[in-house]
Design a protein around this ligand. Structure first.
Ligand code: UN1
Length: 496
């Protein structure tokens, strides 16, 4: 870690500042909050600025001031800078991946993998920004040169969740900057260290002061003043539906452009002709990796009745064999949940399902030992009713429910009967059934014979129905959100 972001050492732990107008500084109040390792809460990772309205105003002022010059910088210069940031971050992948694992709790392998994804996003947009940014049209008039341009919007607010603490900030911030916008970044308060790493890589690559500003703190103290500031013209948010809907109201009401990525209740359909070994492995990966804390996680296995007993047994064997422990250990497959609150909430949902009589097949017990970390045992429920709470509500934890159906049509109907529509999988060897599923499933991301989670950086990402706000992120889709179109009618002066 370069030391610029550390503004002091207190009781042997670093204190990190906000990044505003090109410098790292304490919050105006000087207050900080603690960031602890969820696998071992006695480990204090650091203290971070507890910011409020005044800090947000400073950050927005800096971003507003930088917007003009940055928006007119050559795209090639912006591309070079992003590429340089990719190289800086690439040189730190192991260190940043480890910090990701320490503050979020996913395994080291996943932490390094996610950091590598952020590097890839920087590389991608360094190239993408060099692609055409307009179109040339024929005109009704033979002398008119009629074309479009894409221009930046201005100051963007980027509000990100803790579950992908470097990839999601990267896939929002990098295209925002690439297309000439300036940014005020409010990372999740549970994972500010990854936000610092990303901000540092961009700052060290030579980003001019004010182009990217990072303000840490709580949703109410930082998020609210940010989304209501009239100078913020676009807001991109990933997180819960309840917060997303508030943001939509607050920012949408005053005319800002708003992009929301929200929850999921993602199904994996397993048909009787599927390769069961493969299907079961993929379903478990989709449900349990990162302790199920992905909006793309599989939370419903919708299984053909003829193979339901066998699939449930195989899933149970795999769930029971998952090695839970310190995410920094090589052998660990499942780390803790991100916080005590998260672990308590998910355990509460498991207890509630049990008390409602849902069949517990594996897990469900409370782990002990493990340094007092916020662990929840991977859990499998059988015979889940599609309309029950477990069949409908996003749990955001290592919990999978098996739903039994009679045929592929019923499977798709059940899969669609939730308010979400982010990702969905089907496991089958039957091309006709796979094609039918692709056509009928209400989901923004569709997998045939692979797990519901995962997102390559160069293709659109987003959901149907309550999972998203119709806009898409990443790849070419990102430019739709981070630019506005200007249509130009260029005519020669009379007589020319
Ligand atoms: C992935 O599945 O790798 O918050 C990415 C989330 C999603 C990103 C998922 N927006 O979980």
């Amino acid at each position: 870690m370069a030391s610029a972001s550390i503004i002091e050492q207190r009781d042997n732990a670093p204190v990190f500042g906000n990044y505003i107008a090109g410098s790292w500084k304490a919050s105006q109040s000087g207050e900080t909050y603690e960031n602890r390792n969820p696998a071992n809460p006695s480990e204090l990772i650091g203290r971070f600025a507890s910011s409020a309205k005044g800090d947000v105003e400073d950050a927005v002022s800096a971003a507003a001031e930088a917007a003009g010059p940055w928006g007119t910088t050559s795209a090639i210069a912006r591309a070079n800078l992003l590429y340089k940031a990719s190289e800086i971050l690439a040189s730190r992948v192991n260190e940043v991946g480890r910090d990701l694992s320490r503050e979020e709790g996913k395994t080291l392998k996943e932490g390094i993998g996610e950091t590598t994804r952020a590097v890839q996003i920087l590389r991608y947009f360094a190239g993408e920004i060099q692609q055409p940014i307009g179109e040339h049209y024929p005109s009704m008039s033979p002398t008119t040169f009629l074309f479009t341009l894409r221009e930046p919007i201005g100051v963007c607010a980027i509000i990100t969740p803790w579950n992908f603490p470097i990839a999601i900030p990267a896939w929002k911030i990098v295209p925002a900057l690439a297309f000439g916008n300036t940014v005020v970044f409010k990372p999740a308060s549970l994972t500010p260290l990854c936000a610092v790493h990303l901000t540092e890589a961009l700052a060290e690559a030579g980003l001019p002061a004010g182009v990217l500003n990072m303000v840490t703190g709580s949703a109410s103290a930082v998020g609210d003043p940010l989304v209501t500031d009239e100078r913020v013209l676009a807001v991109s948010f990933t997180g819960s539906n309840s917060v997303g809907n508030q943001i939509k109201k607050m920012a949408g009401e005053r005319g800002a452009k708003v992009q929301l990525e929200l929850g999921g209740k993602n199904p994996a359909i397993v048909l009787a002709d599927a390769d069961l070994d493969h299907a079961v492995t993929q379903v478990i990966n989709g449900a349990m990796m990162s302790s199920g804390q992905k909006c793309t996680a599989t939370s419903r296995a919708i299984v053909d009745r003829r193979i339901a007993a066998e699939v449930t047994q195989r899933l149970a064997d795999k769930v029971g064999a998952l090695r839970m422990g310190d995410p920094l250990e090589d052998t660990t497959q499942i780390g803790p949940l991100v916080s005590a609150d998260a672990a308590e909430r998910v355990s509460g949902e498991i207890d509630r399902a049990r008390s409602e009589g849902v069949a517990l097949v594996a897990g469900g017990s409370k782990p002990d030992g493990l340094n007092g970390g916020h662990f929840v045992t991977p859990t499998l429920f059988g015979d889940v009713a599609p309309d029950s709470r477990l069949g409908q509500e996003e749990l955001f934890g290592p919990v999978l429910g098996v739903i039994t159906v009679d045929n592929v049509d019923e499977a798709i109907a059940v899969a669609n009967k939730v308010r979400y529509g982010l990702s969905a999988s089907i496991f089958t060897r039957d091309i006709g059934k796979a094609l039918g599923f692709i056509q009928k499933i209400q989901a923004g991301i569709v997998h045939v014979n692979s797990e519901t989670a995962g997102a390559e950086p160069h293709v659109p990402f987003g959901g149907y129905k309550g999972s998203s706000s119709y806009s898409r992120e990443q790849g070419k889709a990102a430019r739709e959100f981070y630019t506005q179109v200007k249509t130009v009618y260029l005519d020669p002066p009379p007589g020319a």
